[in-house]
Design a protein around this ligand. Structure first.
Ligand code: PEP
Ligand code: MG
Length: 759
């Protein structure tokens, strides 16, 4: 049964439209269960009725005509109860509703299961049989499993159902709004440029090309490069393999011949598809064909076909990268945006970012906020492979992407963007002013950096220091570990740019959602695995070289601070401190004389909150990484859009932990700062002021708004509001209370969340 399920899911996954998907489901499920009827009822987006959308066994002329409301008929009953209904004789049930032309009369047995996606009943899957009998438990279990597996695909296709087939030009798509989660605030208006991950056939964007000859040439060139590669592998193995084994290479090469796959791809290119799309379409079709074969040996050949396809695609992509030009209003779209993708495009050409995966606290979203690029993350229903060159609006406030918006929609969003710009302009006057409350409480506002581009933005916005320099960012942009000298130069630039202000350099924090391309870490639970200090303690050579580079870079400037990430116990901190001291001794032996900088520890896992005093006794400062602390306290993956509603920075448990850390720091007389995103939330900043944080370190974009808010209130106000929210039991209530506080002080404009005009 598992095989049957797998094959149906595979087939459905490569279908091009909702109708095709439903057609596959009804015919395959009917065959697999040996029933006489299988039908699907689907509720359209924004509609309330369940429409008879596909059938095998009933009157297909009624498809699209018959429909039922929630609770109406047996189908409506399944939808309402959100569980299967299994009946021996459907017509005897009080809910049974007779549709004259649908052709149900001969069928007695009825089994309907709901199709549920993210708590939403999208439709009902029904099988029927002439025999008077109850479907047995295994039938019911099969249909429930099928429905659960297909719900995501159906939801996705329902959203994008307007696209009839892959080769139709994207401009045929009617205006569609796809929801994701807010990544970075702001409105981006522009054209989609889809970046696909290297050599992934399933992620290739569909697009047409005017240059058929050029595309054909590129394809032939890529083919010949793959041929050469394979021939040279065969040549190298000539002495080691038997003639029969060597003959396999010829078979392999034969797959790409003009008479087989090569010819099919060329035909699609001549029909107007671009080479990568044509290749992907043909290869996926063949892979599917092999995967569905009964014979194990043949089924396993799917892997060879896939490998060949990926090799050819790799060459086509390399060719494209060399010749690629980005429009001035590029909206970069990817299945999974990465920091290095951001680096591929000049900042002044980037109008927005959209990622199908990830969430608001993914690292790429944090970088986007620092760079001020409107971003939507977790747009899981986005048909991203079909968007090349499509007009888009990225609403980074509400987390929505508008595909092919009408001129009226574009102009409404332009107004919002203009208001945004003028507010930022008004705040420019704050640049040289200190962050001091109306009753004279002084707070240091620092910035988080990583890219060189952050430096200018930070200084423009009046940053008084760097509370977090993410050293992993320059590591992510490379193809190998940077040498000690390369690191020294990179760090020197940062330290010089901000001198005499302090710059807090965090030691390498990789793992989790930050994988170095040249140092892959494969783990089932990356956020609970080998991350941050755990990696660098296991590789002291990396930590020692990095700290030496930092110390050398600070020569003569003396504005360096060093910070250790992801510490979860005291021995880790002691070990790391010993390595920092050792680096310091080593550079002194080289004759470089720099004072030992202040050393701090990040509080970003719950154990560090409980041990904050013991940590504080060993260091010069504590800095809360509230992004990770929130994910670990609430057990919510910061990178997973599906649970992003549960990631609540104002959760009472998070606020309690933040308060405890501040108290621990005060008790041990060390400076307490915070460098998670909460610091850049104007409402979060009010609460942090009340808790007694000394330094708030945030993305440069947020700094002027936070400064304006803190300069507009008294520390006493903040204290009162903190006391009030302490009495509340949920993040939602606290959020609402804080919104009200902002409104009462006429500061709501500083909270970047305009209402979606099209919700
Ligand atoms: C944090 O976890 O809050 C933090 C600042 O570190 P990062 O976001 O880089 O994990
Ligand atoms: Mg962190």
């Amino acid at each position: 049964m598992l095989d049957v399920l797998r094959n149906i899911v595979l087939e459905v996954n490569t279908a091009e439209s909702l109708d095709e998907i439903l057609g596959i489901i009804v015919s395959r499920v009917r065959a697999a269960m040996g029933t006489e009827v299988c039908s699907v009822y689907i509720r359209g987006r924004g509609e309330s009725r369940y429409v008879f959308r596909a059938t095998e066994g009933l009157n297909s002329a009624q498809v699209g005509k018959a429909s039922l409301a929630l609770g109406e008929g047996l189908v409506g009953l399944v939808a309402q109860r959100e569980e299967p209904v299994n009946l021996e004789d459907a017509a005897l049930h009080p809910n049974f509703q007779f549709f004259p032309d649908i052709g149900e009369e001969p069928f007695y047995a009825f089994l309907g299961v709901p199709i549920i996606h993210q708590r939403d009943v999208l439709g009902v899957l029904v099988v029927q049989q002439a025999e008077r009998r109850r479907f047995d438990d295994s039938d019911e279990a099969f249909l429930v499993t099928m429905s659960a597996q297909l719900a995501g695909v159906i939801a996705h296709a329902r959203v994008t159902g307007e696209v009839k087939d892959a080769s139709s030009p994207p401009s045929d798509m009617v205006w569609t709004r796809i929801s994701g989660v807010p990544g970075a605030p702001g409105i981006g208006i522009g054209r989609a440029v889809v970046i696909s991950p290297a050599a992934d056939l399933y992620a290739v964007p569909r697009q047409l090309s005017d240059d058929r000859r050029g595309e054909l040439r590129a394809f032939k060139h890529a083919l010949s490069q793959v041929r050469t590669d394979i021939e040279s592998v065969a040549e190298n193995l000539r002495d080691k393999l038997s003639p029969e084994d060597l003959a396999l290479f010829d078979v392999y090469l034969g797959i790409l011949d003009d008479s087989t796959i090569g010819g099919e791809v060329a035909a699609l290119i001549k029909g107007g598809q671009w080479a990568q799309g044509a290749l992907a379409q043909v290869m996926i079709e063949h892979i599917r064909h092999f995967e569905a074969m009964e014979h194990t040996y043949l089924r396993e050949r799917a892997v060879d076909v896939k490998d060949l396809g990926e090799r050819v695609l790799g060459y086509l992509q390399a060719d494209e990268r060399e010749n690629r030009e980005f429009p001035h209003d590029t909206i970069l779209v990817a299945e999974e945006l990465t920091a290095s993708m951001l680096g591929e495009i000049p900042r002044n050409r980037l109008a927005g970012l959209v990622s199908v995966r990830g969430s608001g606290n993914s690292h790429v979203a944090i970088l986007a906020r620092a760079m001020g690029i409107p971003t939507v993350m977790g747009a899981v229903d986005l048909p991203y492979t079909r968007l090349s060159n499509l007009s888009l609006v990225v609403d980074g406030y509400n987390g929505n992407v508008h595909l092919n918006p009408t001129p009226a929609i574009v102009s409404r969003f332009r107004e919002i963007a203009d208001q945004d710009r003028s507010l930022n302009k008004d705040l420019e006057g704050l640049r040289g002013l200190p962050c001091v409350t109306l009753d004279d409480r002084r707070l240091a506002l620092w910035v988080n950096t990583g890219l060189m581009a952050d430096v200018a933005r930070s200084l423009e916005r009046g940053a008084e220091g760097v509370g977090l320099y993410r050293t992993e960012v320059p590591f992510l942009m490379r193809e190998r570990f940077p040498s000690e000298e390369e690191q020294r130069q990179i760090y020197r630039e940062q330290l010089e740019a901000f001198a005499p202000h302090p710059v807090t350099m965090r030691t390498l924090d990789v793992g989790g959602d930050k994988a170095l391309p040249y140092f892959p870490i494969e783990e089932a639970n990356p956020f609970l695995g080998w991350r941050g200090i755990r990696v660098t303690l296991d590789h002291p050579e990396i930590l020692l070289a990095q700290v030496r580079a930092m110390l050398k870079a600070s020569e003569g400037l003396n504005n360096l601070r060093i910070m250790l990430p992801m510490v979860s116990n005291i021995p880790e901190l002691d070990e790391a401190l010993a390595l920092v001291h050792r680096s310091h001794r080593e550079i002194a032996e080289e004759g470089i004389d720099v004072p030992l900088p202040p050393i701090g520890v990040m509080v970003e896992v719950p154990s560090a909150v409980y041990q904050a005093r013991a940590l504080a006794r060993r260091v010069d400062f504590l800095s809360v990484g509230s992004n990770d602390l929130t994910q670990y306290l609430l057990a919510v993956d910061r990178n997973n859009a599906r649970v992003s509603d549960l990631y609540h920075a104002f959760h009472p448990a998070v606020l309690e932990a933040l308060d405890q850390v501040a108290q621990a720091g005060r008790a041990e007389d060390v400076l307490v700062s915070i460098c998670g995103e909460l610091a850049g939330n104007p409402m979060g900043a009010v609460l942090l002021l009340a808790m007694g944080y000394d330094v708030l370190s945030m993305n440069a974009t947020s700094l002027p708004r936070v400064k304006h808010v803190l300069r507009s209130i008294t520390a006493k106000d903040a204290q009162q509001v903190l006391e009030d929210v302490r009495l509340l039991d949920s993040g939602q209530e606290i959020q609402a209370h804080m919104n009200e506080f902002m409104r009462s002080r006429e500061l709501q404009q500083m909270v970047p969340a305009p209402v979606d005009p099209y919700s």
